[in-house]
Design a protein around this ligand. Sequence first.
Ligand code: ADP
Ligand code: MG
Length: 379
Amino acid sequence: MIRFENVTKRYRGTSKPALSGVDFEVQRGEFVFLVGASGSGKSSCLRLILREDVPTSGRIAVLGRDLRSLANRKVPYFRRHIGSVFQDFRLLPSKTVYQNVAFTLQVTGSSRGFIQQAVPEALALVGLDGKQKRMPHELSGGEQQRVAIARALVNRPQVLLADEPTGNLDPATSVDIMQLLARINAGGTTVLMATHEAGFVDQMQRRVIELRDGEMVRDEVHGGYGDTSNIPRLVPEEVRGAAAAAALTAVQEVQRQTADLSVVRAALAEELHAQRVAAASADDAPIDATASATTVEPPETTRPQETGTASIVEPPAVVEPPAVVEPPAAEPPAVVEPPGVVRPRTHPITLPTVDVAELGVADRLGLSDEDDEEVGPTS
Ligand code: ADP
Ligand code: MG
């Protein structure tokens, strides 16, 4: 479904490649964590998959298409098969929740009937029915990320890419988002998630691909986060200005809620990074939203029971699962282990399965059995 063959990415003006000889393959229906310190190449990987950038050498195939031979004019259609969510949500601030989710469908010419059916279903899937008329600023961070996820899913993508989706959220809200992503995966959508959140990775015991300085140093089927010593440290003296002070306050609040210093360090680093990104990219958010629009046929079959989640899946629940999850504070942050070591799972996340077909959204969200081999507009 996603294949990297000896992929190297060298950005102009840099001496060291951001990615170096990366090789991996993600199968349909998998949930894969992409982990590694800041700057290790996670976002570069995701950008290459979205064809926002091209590798310097090597080959990437996504959904059976060799991205080298994908014509530029076909890229927008290709991207409609791939949903993407980011740390900074990237919602359109002047549009309601409903309009944010509907926007990409409107831009890509979906019929009014389809939009009126698909948008409420996507919002129900993420637990936001009833908030359709809210503006983004009237929502919590977790709710904003749910809107972004609904937007990413509304066109039934076969793959969901998530770049640090919990990076701006507090631990409890992050757990909710992780459960939602796991539920989406249980419905058949392939999920590739870049993250710093060692706690989640350790608890979920899914496949882990680890990058270090652009090189893939680990690919483990049921992995933990591994070495957390590279997670950025809390350095208050680098903090400048009111916004940074607010970020530090937020981090200290997080610190009160969890004893896990690694989470706190990551939260601060991400907060500061998010502010920089937000400042730099405030203008182009609507374009990003359009770029990740999707209008596709239902994807390949992957039923929940085939996704290998048996050990952490509970019986069906409706829409909002109970958050019976420990905060991501189980492991002391300083444990350093060689790649490939499987650590015992001490606090398993409980991930209720929702039968998405029962919710009546399987077709809309691309979780049904039919396949689509063509890249192209379908509605
Ligand atoms: P991560 O997401 O793991 O933090 P990135 O993929 O963002 O890592 O970055 C990997 C490396 O590539 C870093 O050294 C970063 O500075 C560099 N890099 C990323 N994007 C660009 C760019 N557009 N131009 C130059 N260097 C870049
Ligand atoms: Mg990144």
